[in-house]
Design a protein around this ligand. Structure first.
Ligand code: GAP
Length: 510
């Protein structure tokens, strides 16, 4: 048998509609409240989506908490995990700068009643009197279509493209919004809070207002002292958390890329201020290795330094943020953020110290009991956005197979590692298959699929990205061998049934 080859998946030629359709058809992702027509910005993960999400989460947890990376001094890093509440004391968000600061400038359209983030609108200007404001995540073909619809030239090279927030207000009258035909309907940008609020308890007034966390990070800062007091970690060390976050995104779009409820995987790495640069560079390298291990190819990832005018409130004084970006089908030829590695300085701990009145200084025995508030390097990744990247990377059209497409997940990430398929539903095949399935399922997520013709069952496994299918046939009854079918090459070979377990174990290392 030939080795499993990585087939070419040309992201730029993939249509998101096909990916969304496969995700629904095969049970990866469904619109939330589907039977009621959905709810904008919310998604449910189906039987395979949850397996994929858990696999990425577990890989991250292993990489961070169970077997943390080896540090520059040759010793393993110290990282512990927590799981903090989604709702915290609302003072948290005042201290963190989210209440009052977690605002985006929004532009309203007086005609269509739509609302847009000012920093997401690009204005296409030319010599003419009519300018077009277009959402910056549109691809070139959609932009050309829009310009044509407005009676403007579709030659993109003839335009100056200016971010909406850089346009002089005296020119607003010329601009046509993304969802109208008439110029002059867009307002000037106004601040809009992205925090989703809720009212725990029986009284519903301003005093009882709390927030759904917009990031998992603050739960870590709130527990910094508890972790120091209860565990044996010493500077430098990390606290990791995976969990839900909520943002009232104005324009949730591009499937699960930007949603209102999503999941993050965040590490806060606490260190001496003098060592922040060393650790930022360290984590930048580590995080790239992680995404490659999860199956993203170098060709579809880039690393980007934040421009100085897009720095977060906490990063202004520090070394800034570097992003790991992925080329999604809807961003191509550009990229969209997957993870940011930020230097948060001592901003959060200082703020919480001031607002809570609790001392959060560290007394460093290794540095002659020097007292300081540690600096923080924060690799902050999207879990749900990460699985979208894995899905896009894996989606491989192939007209030569019945399914027309297969999902090229790495064996490590695949929701199902193998399928056990009796060739027929009689002649003793199902009994043998069940025996093999019972043996494998202790260690691997395995499917046992008995009915339907074998071609259809292979097609299903190709579409859900199962790397190996073991087929039981009449020969199995004679000599205890099974056929292994490789998803990518579709090659088949026979191996002894008692070798299947070790065969799969070996393949899972890929
Ligand atoms: N604690 C820092 C922080 O939250 P962020 O860049 O706002 O930083 C980190 O978020 C990651 O969370 C992003 O790189 C992205 O992968 C993911 N993320 C942010 N907003 C999201 C949304 N609305 N939907 C899905 N994922 C999102």
């Amino acid at each position: 048998m030939q080795p499993a080859e990585k087939q070419e998946n040309t992201i730029s030629e993939i249509d998101m509609k096909d990916i969304v359709a496969l995700c629904k058809r095969r049970g990866f992702v469904f619109p939330a409240s589907d039977i009621y027509g959905g709810i904008n910005g919310f998604w449910d993960y189906g039987p395979l989506g949850i397996e994929l999400k858990n696999n990425l989460r577990d890989l991250w947890w292993k990489h961070m908490v169970i077997t943390p990376p080896i540090g520059p001094d040759g010793h393993p890093l110290q990282i512990v995990g927590i799981d903090s509440a989604i709702i915290q004391n609302p003072k948290t968000w005042v201290a963190s700068g989210h209440v009052g600061g977690f605002n985006d400038p929004m532009v309203d359209c007086k005609e269509s009643k739509s609302r847009y983030r000012a920093d997401h609108l690009m204005v296409y200007t030319s010599g003419q009197d009519k300018w077009a404001a277009i959402y910056n995540e549109e691809d070139a073909a959609a932009i050309q279509k829009r310009l044509k619809k407005l009676g403007l030239s579709d030659d993109l090279s003839g335009y100056d493209i200016i971010p909406f927030d850089k346009i002089d207000q005296s020119d607003y009258a010329k601009i046509v919004g993304p969802d109208t035909k008439t110029p002059g309907t867009l307002t000037e940008p106004r601040q809009f809070s992205m925090m989703l609020d809720t009212y725990p308890g029986v009284v519903r007034d301003e005093d009882s207002k709390a927030y759904l966390r917009p990031e998992t990070a603050q739960g870590i800062f709130l527990n910094y002292k508890n972790v120091l007091d209860s565990s044996r970690v010493k500077m430098p060390f990390g606290i990791a958390q995976v969990g839900k976050a909520f943002r009232n995104e104005v324009t949730p779009r591009n499937f699960i890329y930007r949603s209102r409820e999503f999941e993050q995987m965040e590490l806060e790495w606490f260190c001496h201020p003098d060592e922040a640069k060393k650790w930022r560079d360290f984590w930048f390298e580590e995080r790239q290795k992680f995404w490659k291990l999860a199956g993203l190819s170098d060709d579809n990832m880039i690393m980007r330094d934040h421009d100085s005018d897009e720095l977060s409130h906490y990063a202004k004084e520090g070394l800034g943020t570097v992003d790991i970006e992925y080329r999604f089908p809807f961003t191509t030829p550009g990229y969209g953020e997957l993870e940011g590695i930020a230097h948060r300085c001592d901003f959060d701990l200082k703020q919480h110290q001031e607002h809570s009145g609790q001392k959060l200084e560290y007394v460093d025995p290794e540095r002659g009991n020097e007292k300081y508030i540690p600096h923080v390097i924060e690799p902050a990744a999207g879990l749900t956005r990460g699985i979208l990247a894995l899905i896009c990377e894996a989606y491989t059209p192939d007209p030569d197979r019945p399914s027309g497409v297969y999902m090229n997940f790495t064996p490590r990430m695949a929701p199902k590692k193998a399928a056990v398929l009796p060739l027929t539903a009689k002649d003793g095949h199902p009994d043998k298959a069940e025996k093999l399935y019972m043996d494998l399922r202790e260690d691997f997520a395995v499917d046992l699929d008995i009915k339907q013709n074998i071609g259809k069952r292979y097609a299903r496994q190709d579409e859900i990205g199962t790397p190996f299918c073991f087929t039981i046939d009449n020969d199995t009854l004679q000599d205890d061998t099974v056929t292994v079918r490789d998803r990518n090459t579709m090659n088949q070979e026979r191996i002894a049934m008692d070798q299947v377990h070790s065969y799969l174990s070996e393949k899972m290392k890929a």
